[in-house]
Design a protein around this ligand. Structure first.
Ligand code: GDD
Ligand code: MN
Length: 384
């Protein structure tokens, strides 16, 4: 290793090159406003992982509380600490995936920053993976000796329901497929990485559902701890994101779940259009005025629903939302022209009225979806 990295800063400072290169274990930690937890977690890992060549990679989604800067400050003193800061992005799963891709360690753990996961399990999980008999070590709340700590009944029921639902896409008998705390060997990750949905919170479930072969695993009991600093980001929408993940695993190979949602919301938009039209006509408006108003109302309604649901991970706020809405409406306008054009052409060539109408709606819908995905909710700068 010394010959490989003869000129590292570490060498000049008299530190061992092993602290820079050749790490066996990486701990990937997704963060969103976890500033106060960062130094505590790093200190605890130094204690439990003494004697192991490890590093920790925080993947921060541009937290407003300065989490990334806190990590950088610590990293200046501690070369085992790194940060990957993402701008304009959100999502626990995708953060974990990018963190795993950003390290060279052959064994990688994923763990929350908030000290709810019991870090004293790490050495035992590592020992089990070194043996080579398993691909994944799962820290589990639902095997003998584990527990969910101070969760209230509602949260416990949601977790229980989610676990049952997961059986639709994961055949393995995992007691805690929802766990956010696990360790795995890189080959097992590499085999699945291109098929991951990367949606929402459930990276472990995603891995098992996407792996091309059954993964060998072992569960390690632990008691889920109470949060000390900061607050949970798992809101009601996490349930929604979870349902999207399951849907993607079930039908994603045939048609993108986002498109299905987009189309469903579009159908609701047609309904909204008709309702507003009826109301406006009832109030005595001229037809062209009423239909113009109804169309705009339907587009705004569609935009808001898509912003909240279909593109939740890229949700627009403030003036960006207004700008996005304008782009969306413009795009829909062009889509409508395409729709009418295709439908008229098909009808002119002798298609039945409904087939022509359907073809037009399909072309218009795909167009609107393409514009929405690339422009309205395309890449942008700040999300947190
Ligand atoms: N980068 C990034 N981006 N990090 C995020 C995001 C995000 O969008 N959302 C949450 N995090 C980070 C949090 O800062 C925390 O470190 C970790 O992900 C877990 O978030 P919590 O909000 O604390 O989740 P939880 O405690 O309710 O649920 C956790 O534990 C469950 C049981 O193991 C999660 O790990 C669940 O996935 C898990 O099922
Ligand atoms: Mn937590």
């Amino acid at each position: 290793m010394d010959t490989l990295y003869p000129d590292t800063i570490a060498d000049r400072d008299g530190m061992s090159a092993a602290s820079i290169a050749g790490r066996e274990l990486a701990i990937v930690v997704p963060t969103l406003n976890e500033r106060a937890n960062v130094p505590v977690l790093v200190a605890r890992l130094h204690t439990v992982l003494a004697g192991v060549a490890w590093e920790i990679v925080f993947v921060d989604d541009d937290s407003r509380d300065g989490t990334a800067d806190e990590v950088r400050a610590i990293a200046q003193r501690d070369p085992q600490v790194r940060v990957l800061q993402r701008i304009g992005r959100r999502g626990l799963s995708s953060a974990c995936i990018e963190g795993i891709l950003a390290t060279s360690a052959p064994i990688v753990a994923v763990m929350d920053a908030d000290l709810q996961h019991d870090e004293t399990l790490l050495p035992r999980m590592l020992a089990a993976l070194r043996g080579g008999e398993i691909d994944v070590a799962i820290a589990s709340r639902y095997v003998a000796g584990g527990g969910i700590g101070q969760w209230d009944g509602r949260r416990a029921r949601i977790s229980d329901f989610a676990t049952r639902l997961s059986r639709l896409v994961v055949k393995a008998e995992i007691a805690d497929p929802m766990s956010g705390f696990f360790m795995l060997r890189r080959p097992a990750f590499n085999e699945a990485v291109r098929d991951l949905s990367a949606q929402g919170f459930k990276i472990l479930l995603d891995l098992f559902a996407s792996a091309p072969r059954p993964l060998r695993f072992q569960e390690f009991a632990y008691e889920f701890r109470a949060r000390q600093f900061g607050e949970s980001k798992l809101d009601a929408m996490a349930v929604w994101e979870y349902l999207m993940l399951i849907a993607d695993k079930l039908i994603g190979r045939v048609v993108p779940v986002r498109f299905v949602l987009f189309a469903l919301i579009g159908a609701f938009g047609v309904l909204a259009n008709l309702i507003v039209l009826r109301l406006a006509l009832g109030a005595g408006a001229a037809f062209s005025i009423a239909e113009t108003g109804a169309t705009i109302a339907a587009m705004v309604f569609n935009f808001l629903l898509n912003n909240q649901l279909t593109y939740r991970d890229r949700r627009l706020r403030g003036w960006r939302m207004l700008r996005g809405m304008a782009i969306f409406c413009l795009g829909c306008g062009v889509g409508a022209v395409a729709n009418v054009g295709v439908a008229a052409e098909a009808f002119g060539r002798g298609s039945s009225w409904w087939l022509a109408g359907l073809a037009g709606a399909l072309i218009g819908g795909v167009w609107n979806y393409a514009i929405a995905s690339t422009y309205t909710w395309g890449a942008r700068r700040r999300a947190a």
